[in-house]
Design a binder for this molecule. Sequence first.
Ligand code: TRP
Length: 340
Amino acid sequence: MGEKNQSNQKRVLTGITTSGIPHLGNLSGAVLPAIDASREKTVSSFLFLADYHSLIKNIDPALTHSSSFEIAACWLACGLNPKEVTFYRQSDVPHIFELTWILNCLAAKGLMNRAHAYKAAVAENNNATDPDKGITMGLYNYPILMAADILMFKADIVPVGQDQKQHIEMTRDIALRFNHYYGNILSIPEAMIDEKKGIIPGSDGRKMSKSYGNTIPIFDTQKKLRKAIMKIKTNSLEPGEPKNHADCSVFKIFQAFASESQTSDLKKEYANGIAWGKAKEELFSLLDEKITPFRDEYGKITQDKSYIEKTLKDGAERALTISTPVIEEIRKAVGIKEFK
Ligand code: TRP
């Protein structure tokens, strides 16, 4: 019987691909809920920068480097406490990549053929003579690297967005196969999926997303924040005409950050015919108040590269104390061991 996670704390682990600086939608959907969850005393929380995953989409070294730095700074600025969370860079834990190879040798190719991201890339090649045109082994193997991220730390729970659910199922599949051949060593993780979180609208009413160009920035200047808010699409109702809060982007964004009483006050103002300019002003002042401490902290933290580097190195050191005995157990189980 393998060594399981012995403590009675559940291990909760999640990764952040280091591309693109988070916007307001990521803040309410992922960053703040994950930071809140990490404060739970009953869990042991692991959060890491999936910097090697980012190479799949980006081959610009300067961008790879700066994204990783900005995302680390963002999480720290938004309140992640590295004393409460094991916060590390994937690339600082080489055991993950060793495990990736071992899992590669077990994972069925047919399983990877069914991965949504791979299938979407093939579908885009619709009429090409080579259906795999432009598709790298990195994209193809993405789910296996992700499985190694999770299994390396015997995570119990993996909070992810709906789009990642299939990857957790694949991880379970691969782990069961490993245990079947080599003994009961790996923990079988559960996905924790929050369906609703993160779905706040952008300035055009569609889901806020970098790919739609409708995001509201977090760390830009106050001026840019105001500008982004004033750009949010509304209908053409005049001041004084009652407005429906339920189908209004301004209201939905407000609600994601406001207290219950603030929300019900704004609801009343909508019924009383608040002017769009005023509603947007209220949203601006709410967001500005929420974001200013994060923006200030981000400004300070990014001045101090060595603080961020040291924080991540400390996190990696803690991560390595967990991964080292696990990889040793795995190597032995597969027969990679000393002659004696
Ligand atoms: N693939 C995840 C995403 O794009 C990021 C990620 C990488 C991850 N490794 C992980 C998430 C391990 C959870 C666990 O969002």
